[in-house]
Design a protein around this ligand. Sequence first.
Ligand SMILES: [Zn+2]
Length: 322
Amino acid sequence: MAKTKYHYNSHTLKYEKVKTSSKIWALRAVGFLTSSFACAILLLYIGFTFIDSPREKQLQREADQMALQYHIMQERMKQVDAALENMQHRDDNIYRVIFEADPISSDVRKAGFGGVNRYKNLEHFSNSDLMIETAKKLDYISKALYVQSKSYDDLTEMAKSKAEMMASIPAIQPVDSRKARAGISGFGIRIHPVYKIRKMHAGIDFTAPAGTPIYATGNGKVEAAGIDGGYGRRVVVNHGYSYKTLYGHMSRFAVKTGQQVKRGDLIGYVGNTGTSTGPHLHYEVHKNGRPINPINFIYNDLTPTEYAAILEAASQENQSFD
Ligand SMILES: [Zn+2]
């Protein structure tokens, strides 16, 4: 309620009521409303800026918790990454070395994801950096795991063929060492027993009584079983992997051309056929078509002492038996 106001009229010398026009009333009302509104805006601004609502506080707590969880996740990914690196190291430096395979290049291992920005949907958030970094790390680990798993597939295949290769490459003595160790003539220049000249001896001679069994020294296929000049009755076994073996001066065959043999299978018997001065087995190992020293391929069924004795005997530059 507005108070009634008076003013002194100097002409009439009386106090008179002041009459407020409706226009002034209207102006006052507008002024009051405007200042009230401004005050309200100011209060709201202060409230929203400096004082969080319970809902906001709740959201902020959740955001903080999420950021913390991201950091924990990153720590755990670091541990996974370290384990993965250990696997990669063993793969390149142990497994692949065993199988004589090249290590996986770091270009392949470290390759990222090219092309479009995969992390676009993570941009423009307050925690964008953290989220993008975490997503990148996870992508990197997934990729590295994929490469590693492919590598283990390769290794499995290599191990399978390696087992086959190990079974095929000659690795035992072609005759029982207890019967054949007595007289042995090795690979290299030897005096030929018939021609009495120094001549390259392309194999090892195992002396043994006629009829002593001769065994295939690795898995393979009989490429030839027949008479071949100075070798007399001889068998050639093709082992694959560029290896062949030859067994000469046999008295009898136990296999036919084209037959598959396993390591240790009987293929014939010691004899004295061809150019030979007594019953013995002439044994050759060929790699890529060239004879190599068989002494390096008879280790499997020998003790180190036995092997040393044979090595010693075979290195004597004596007279060969053929
Ligand atoms: Zn010989």
